[in-house]
Design a protein around this ligand. Structure first.
Ligand code: NAD
Ligand code: TYD
Length: 348
């Protein structure tokens, strides 16, 4: 079986659902259920014995050790993190606690477990660390895209904390020989993303007739990847990646924020026409502090070594995403109303 962390979050929950729809290898899912974790995203697995959910912290060494010893996973995939740049600007401490200290505690316990495995299991074991392209810093419009050898230059407390965790993973491979894999992915979008990130925030604000806040001039560029494609890339790297290596994952879909928001507005104009075009809700607001201008991924390595390419274009992925939010208003109502949080507090 495999152990994953952060599997109640946006990407982790998509990964669990994809994994169990494609094969029957069980998953142990460890997640602290912070504001960003949502078990409702996994509700279809309620009676599925292949999925075991454990509420807990990646920094809890005792818990990690007992899970490893009890379940003896062949791989650990670390999705758990504080993940929102704006939150990291207003309150960086949680980012250091989870992304840096938490990852350290987790990988250190994984190393102990791995060291004592029988030789064949030791060889086959993998620790896959899920990271971000934001560790490479910011590009100008004509700069070449980030490759695996681009120097780290993180600019936000979020990206600095992810960079620190990437370095720890690298060091655990180099120093102790732990069979690690690291993936650095571009911006994801798709079902079950918490509505603090640009795409779901704009979608839900538009449906509620609220302003669509564009930071600065709206010309910042991100390379957007549909979450299902990120999940297939992680599965491919887990299976075929060379130990100790880093793989960049991207969607070949560079868009300005303004383009993204206009695309969402025109899809909504078709699907849910209102009395005026949704784009009239666009409002320019004060820029984010230290706002990175452009991210772009050179995904040549994962394509040539592993044979992975994305299947969705931005145009197909964004339509699927809008449709998911339109037909899952229960999910969004619960997340936005706090009803979900009070249920968690009562039940866990
Ligand atoms: P998310 O914020 O939606 O989910 C994070 C999950 O981690 C939540 O379920 C939360 O409860 C859990 N968590 C937080 N702290 C924890 C702790 N101490 N112990 C256990 N669980 C904890 O994030 P996401 O967007 O799904 O991102 C997942 C991973 O992918 C992160 O490592 C992030 O850095 C990386 N990533 C995200 C993107 C993106 O666009 N969202 C892009 C590239 C990489
Ligand atoms: P976000 O989804 O927070 O991802 P990241 O900061 O990790 O790239 O933001 C994507 C882009 O959208 C980023 O350039 C900031 C911008 N943005 C807005 O213009 N308005 C918003 O309300 C949000 C949340 C983001």
């Amino acid at each position: 079986m495999i152990l994953i962390t952060g599997g109640a979050g946006f990407i982790g929950s998509n990964f669990v659902l994809d994994w169990l729809s494609e094969n029957d290898e069980p998953i142990i899912n460890l997640d602290l259920l912070t504001y960003a974790g949502n078990l409702q995203s996994l509700a279809t697995l309620d009676n599925n014995d292949q999925h075991t959910f454990i509420k807990g912290d990646i920094g809890d060494r005792e818990l990690i050790t007992s899970l490893l010893n009890e379940h003896k996973p062949r791989a650990v995939i670390n999705f758990a993190a504080e993940s929102h740049v704006d939150r990291s600007i207003h309150g960086p401490e949680d980012f250091i606690l989870t992304n840096v200290n938490g990852t350290f505690n987790l990988i250190d316990e994984v190393k102990r477990y791995w060291k004592d495995l029988p030789e064949d299991k030791k060889q086959a074991f993998r620790f896959l660390h899920v990271s971000t392209d934001e560790v490479y810093g910011s590009l100008e419009k004509t700069d070449p895209a980030f490759s695996e050898t681009t120097a780290y230059a993180p600019n936000s407390p979020y990206s600095a904390s992810k960079a620190a965790s990437d370095h720890l993973v690298r060091a655990y491979h180099h120093t102790y020989g732990l069979p690690t894999l690291t993936t650095n992915c571009s911006n994801n979008y798709g079902p079950q993303q918490f509505p603090e990130k640009l795409i779901p925030l704009v979608l839900l604000n538009a449906l509620a007739g609220k302003d669509l806040p564009i930071y600065g001039d709206g010309q910042n560029i991100r390379d957007w990847l549909y979450v299902g494609d990120h999940c297939s890339a992680i599965r491919a790297v887990l299976e075929k990646g060379r130990v100790g290596e880093v793989y960049n994952i991207g969607g070949n879909s560079e868009k300005t924020n303004l383009d993204v928001v206009h695309t969402i507005c025109s899809i909504l104009d078709e699907r849910r026409p209102a009395d005026k075009p949704y784009a009239e809700l666009i409002t320019y607001v004060t820029d984010r502090l230290g706002h990175d201008r452009r991210y772009a991924i050179d995904a040549n390595k994962i394509e040539t070594e592993i044979g992975w390419t994305p299947t969705e274009s931005f145009e197909t992925g964004i339509k699927k995403t809008v449709d998911w939010y339109l037909s899952n208003s229960d999910w969004t109502d619960n997340v936005t109303s706090g009803a979900y949080k009070s249920w968690i507090n009562k039940n866990y």
